[in-house]
Every structure is written in structure tokens, then in C-alpha cells.
Design a protein around this ligand. Structure first.
Ligand SMILES: O=C(O)c1cc(=O)[nH]c(=O)n1[C@@H]1O[C@H](COP(=O)(O)O)[C@@H](O)[C@H]1O
Length: 238
């Protein structure tokens, strides 16, 4: 099991806290920069990570009309990150426009295009919330699958899903579709606001390419120890 499969979420408020965390766990090779940190620091955090040869998941979860999503993807693709997110529920026109924008912008900037991946259904949403709050008349696994297929048909490289849906998405979307699973919880960690979790080893066995793990590592009293415990668990997966 390679540790490159674990992406740690840098969900901290500023550059200083981000650098402190990166320094605490030098073994982490893949970091996720999300809305909180990017809104605070802008691209400075990306430069910081690149100067340390880290891989970057820029998780800005674009969700807007096609023209706006395409513009945002054009801007983000110039940073030369590895993964970038949009919401599948932005619809096929927005997803296709995003795919095209990433390709042209990366080519113009001379950067490698990021893998564009779609959020299927946030891992903080339960079946009950899907039905009663969002009024979606589909079973949750079916909705997540349909969103992954919409992303695949629109030319995206992959999808973000909970570990509980990853086996079905893997089977239907094939081995080349990148599947990223947040909502991963070691047996010793708090669930927090995550509703559809599995453990790291279960998520990898079910077919995830990458796991996104935040608070079980970053909010631990000893983040490096928490990281080691997770790597040890993953090393038991053949
Ligand atoms: O796109 C994501 O990474 C994401 C999608 C999703 O459906 N659920 C989800 O939790 N995430 C992100 O994954 C990370 C999970 O963090 P923890 O719950 O602290 O492990 C957070 O940074 C979320 O923004």
C-alpha cells in the first residue's frame, strides 16, 4: 500500500497554521487545499506546497452556471495542481465546459492538466436528508451512481464519493475512472459531521484510488502518530 493514496485535508484558517501542520507530518506527500484555506491565503499555499514537491488536490467544489464554472476552471488549471473539483449537480453543460476549460487553460499555461473530478453527493448528507431536505426521489446509492455517470459522460476524469458507494461506482465506471473517498474514519476517530463512513482499509478494499482524511489526523493530539496508525492499518490491505 502506498501512502500516496492518502490525501490529508489542510482544513486550517491561515498560511501559518498550514505550514505548521505540513512540517509536523513531513511524510505526507499529497495535501488537499479546500475552501477555508484557499479563501484565506489564495495561491500562496499552492506555491508553498510546490516548493516542497507535494502533490495538491485543489478542492474548490465549483458549482455555478456553465460560463462561470468554465472561467473558474480556467483560472484554477493555471496553478498546475493534480486534482480539481466541481459539483456534478452543476449539470452536463457546466461539466463539459469545465473539462474543455481545464484542457485549453493548461495547454496555454504549459502546465499538466489537473484531473477534474465531480462531487456526487457530499458525504455529510444522509439518506434521510437526501429524501426529506433535498427532495430527491432516488435511493442514495442510485443518486451517487447517476451523478458519477453524468460526470463520466461529460468527460471528467473521476468522482468524489463516500466509501459506502465506491464499490458500486468502481464496478460501473471502470478501473480508469478516478475515485476519491472522503468521509473516511479509522475505528478510533470521531465521525463528526460525516454520515457515510468506512475505515481506511475498508475504503481501499472497496475500490477507492485515494482517501481524503482530515480531522482524524489534523485534529489529533499527535498528528504524526495518527498518520502512522492509518498507514499501519493500510499496510494490512494486500
Ligand atoms: O471534496 C471533498 O474532498 C469532500 C467531499 C465530500 O463529499 N465530503 C468531504 O468531506 N470532502 C472533504 O473531505 C475533507 C474531510 O475532512 P474530515 O471529515 O475532517 O476527514 C474535508 O476537507 C471536506 O471538505
Amino acid at each position: 500500500m502506498t501512502t500516496d493514496k492518502v490525501i490529508v485535508a489542510l482544513d486550517v484558517p491561515d498560511l501559518e497554521s498550514a505550514i505548521a501542520l505540513i512540517d509536523k507530518i513531513p511524510q505526507v506527500s499529497f495535501w488537499k487545499v479546500g475552501l477555508e484555506l484557499f479563501t484565506s491565503t489564495g495561491p500562496a499555499i499552492l506555491e508553498e506546497l510546490k516548493s516542497r514537491q507535494k502533490r495538491i488536490f485543489l478542492d474548490l467544489k465549483f458549482h455555478d452556471i456553465p460560463n462561470t464554472v468554465a472561467g473558474a476552471c480556467r483560472s484554477a488549471a493555471k496553478y498546475g495542481v493534480d486534482l480539481l473539483t466541481v459539483h456534478a449537480t452543476a449539470g452536463s453543460d457546466a461539466l463539459k465546459a469545465a473539462t474543455a476549460a481545464v484542457q485549453t487553460s493548461s495547454a496555454q499555461a504549459g502546465t499538466k492538466p489537473p484531473k477534474l473530478i465531480a462531487i456526487t453527493l457530499l458525504t455529510s448528507i444522509s439518506s434521510r436528508q437526501l429524501a426529506f431536505d433535498l427532495k430527491i426521489p432516488l435511493e442514495l446509492p442510485e443518486f451517487a451512481l447517476q451523478m458519477a455517470l453524468l460526470a463520466q459522460e461529460s468527460g471528467l476524469d473521476g468522482a468524489v464519493c463516500s466509501p459506502q458507494e465506491v464499490a458500486q461506482l468502481r464496478e460501473t465506471c471502470g478501473k480508469n475512472f478516478v475515485l476519491v473517498c472522503p468521509g473516511v474514519r479509522p475505528s478510533w476517530a470521531d465521525a463528526g459531521d460525516q454520515k457515510r463512513s468506512l475505515t481506511p482499509s475498508q475504503a481501499i478494499k472497496a475500490g477507492a484510488d485515494y482517501l481524503v482524511i482530515g480531522r482524524p489526523i489534523t485534529a489529533a493530539a499527535d498528528p504524526e502518530l495518527a498518520w502512522h496508525k492509518i498507514v499501519e492499518e493500510l499496510n494490512t490491505v494486500s
